[in-house]
Design a protein around this ligand. Structure first.
Ligand code: GZL
Length: 312
């Protein structure tokens, strides 16, 4: 009898020891920017620290690849699915499939535009409209003693993406009652350095010295544009003021070189918050529908003192 009891206890312990590891399927947009690679690193490191098994897929900035990855995670019966949606729309069908399979979905970094908010458990990410407002508020303050027109060219992020839509919205909201501030050219640079340089070359060809300010939706496009401005014989940060968003290391290096005037922080370090949300979901805890990341603004003047403290 004692032996049987002992076997039961050991068996129970054995069951506890084999407690099933949480499996998270994550569909990442790609590796288009410094921000994205820092985001991926944060997620991979946080999953390891949390002891969560991570199935990771890189969509190379294509929505169809993200949809395929999510379907694969459903087929593999992962515990939770998380993804950073490359664009806002076109997600309902696959999210309904995840819901039917009773697999909760967490949105990270970018939001989706769906009528049915039960299709996702929570959205962890920045307030992109506020980032756009902060960029414009810095410019208005910087130009407060300037007389006459302020001609702005804008490098937008990926067409249809939440950050591109909302960073434009926030920027224009602040400038809407300031007629001297004009966006004279606006085009997507798809968040990459190469495309940012290419589009800035076209802006310079069309507008030349008529450009006073560049507003870039991310640092990578701003860094590409800086090369174009220098190749055109102009001084970035002086002849053309440059405002960008993310606050990656490359932006601090450009500010310390006097070529970028300000970067608005958008933290990619979402890994710990994501893993905490995954663990809470699996423990049956309710999650807030929105988890906002806290962020700052870094003008050129503070770059040297801030740079050593930067984590991405
Ligand atoms: C913002 C993120 C954007 C970054 C870009 O949260 O989605 O995508 O601003 C990145 O650098 O490519």
């Amino acid at each position: 009898m004692v032996l049987a009891g002992l076997v039961m206890i050991l068996g129970g312990l054995g069951c506890q020891a084999e407690k099933k590891k949480i499996t998270l399927g994550f569909s990442q947009i790609g590796a288009e920017s410094e921000w994205r690679t820092a985001n991926t690193k944060s997620i991979e490191e946080a999953a390891k620290t949390a002891g969560i098994e991570l199935k990771f897929s890189d969509a190379q900035q294509k929505q169809e690849n993200q949809i395929k990855a999510i379907r694969s995670f459903i087929a593999q019966k992962v515990d939770v699915i998380a993804f950073s949606p490359v664009v806002e729309t076109g997600w309902e069908p696959v999210l309904r499939e995840a819901k039917a399979a009773k697999i909760p979905v967490i949105l990270t970094d970018r939001a989706v535009d769906t009528k049915d908010e039960t299709l996702w458990a929570t959205f962890i990410g920045s307030d992109f409209v506020e980032e756009g407002r902060r960029a414009a508020k810095w410019l208005v303050e910087k130009m407060k003693d300037h007389q006459g027109a302020v001609n702005i060219v804008e490098l937008q992020g990926t067409v249809g993406s939440a950050p591109a839509i909302d960073r434009k919205k926030g920027f224009e909201e602040i400038l809407k009652d300031k007629p001297d501030f004009k966006i004279i050219r606006s085009q997507t640079g798809d968040f990459t350095r190469a495309k940012g340089k290419e589009v800035m070359e076209a802006f310079l060809k069309a507008e030349g010295k008529n450009i006073h300010v560049l507003y870039a939706h991310n640092d990578d496009m701003a860094i590409g544009a800086i090369q174009a401005i220098e190749e055109a014989g102009l001084r970035p940060g002086k002849d053309i003021l440059i405002i960008s968003i993310d606050a990656v290391k490359g932006a601090f290096e450009a500010m310390m070189a006097g070529k970028l005037n300000v970067t608005v922080e958008c933290s990619p370090l979402l890994g710990p918050q994501l893993m905490s949300a995954v663990s809470d979901l699996m423990a049956g805890k309710a999650l807030p529908k929105r988890i906002v990341t806290e962020e700052s603004v870094f003008p050129m003047e503070t770059a040297a003192q801030e740079f050593p403290k930067r984590k991405y």
